[in-house]
Write a protein that binds this ligand. Structure first.
Ligand SMILES: Cc1cc2nc3c(=O)[nH]c(=O)nc-3n(C[C@H](O)[C@H](O)[C@H](O)COP(=O)(O)O)c2cc1C
Length: 187
């Protein structure tokens, strides 16, 4: 797939077919992820792949409950309260797999490096005909001792990017972009 086509047409996908993503394809998108640049070429990333559907159901419940318990009244997440309280809302949209990109240290720059890896992964997935959605709502729970224990994330790692991945049920509609603010300095 043409690079610009992927950049312009990748969308957050929120409805997946139940069909599994084969492991070769999971390895393919992770191989693309690790091509990302990283500060001082530290490549400070690690990947946890969860394919266990009952586990994902459980993580969805736990992460929603944690958010509802901790989100401040009237905060920016307030508009999502009703959705998060809905037992039928699956945080990972019933995706057949979740890839959690973890920083292998809390060192400066490691989380940024993981974000770059995440974008590579999402673009590669789109190019392979798959859909992805970064599930930021899951991150606070994944960072708790119980979330870390569930996924085997070591204490010194930092879960940065939980990414649901699967075969899209339908093409996701375009999402408009704000006008890019550009401040030109110089002649
Ligand atoms: C850091 C981050 C966290 C996100 N968290 C969620 C999330 O928890 N649930 C969700 O449905 N989408 C989530 N998204 C997807 C965004 O809502 C989506 O990227 C945005 O609406 C723009 O749409 P597009 O990706 O289709 O261009 C997240 C995206 C990013 C970058």
């Amino acid at each position: 797939m043409d690079l610009m086509d992927a950049v312009y047409h990748r969308r957050a996908v929120r409805a997946f077919k139940s069909e599994a993503v084969d492991r070769e394809t999971i390895r393919f998108v992770i191989a693309a992820a690790v091509q990302a640049p990283s500060a001082m070429n530290r490549q400070p990333w690690s990947f946890v792949v969860v394919e266990d559907q009952p586990a994902l159901e459980r993580y969805s419940r736990e992460a929603k409950a944690h958010l509802l318990k901790t989100m401040p009244e009237g905060g920016p997440l307030g508009e999502y309260r009703a959705l998060l309280a809905d037992p039928s809302f699956h945080l990972f949209y019933h995706a057949p797999a979740l890839i959690v990109i973890c920083a292998t240290s809390a060192e400066e720059g490691a989380a940024e490096d993981c974000c770059l890896a995440a974008e590579n992964l999402m673009l590669a997935a789109h190019g392979a005909g798959l859909g992805t959605c970064w599930i930021g709502f899951a991150q606070p729970w994944l960072d708790l001792p119980e979330g870390r224990k569930e996924l085997g994330i070591p204490a010194h790692y930092v879960p940065v990017a939980p990414i649901a991945i699967g075969h899209p049920k339908a093409p996701a509609p375009p999402v408009p972009r704000r006008h890019a603010d550009i401040l030109w300095i110089g002649s």
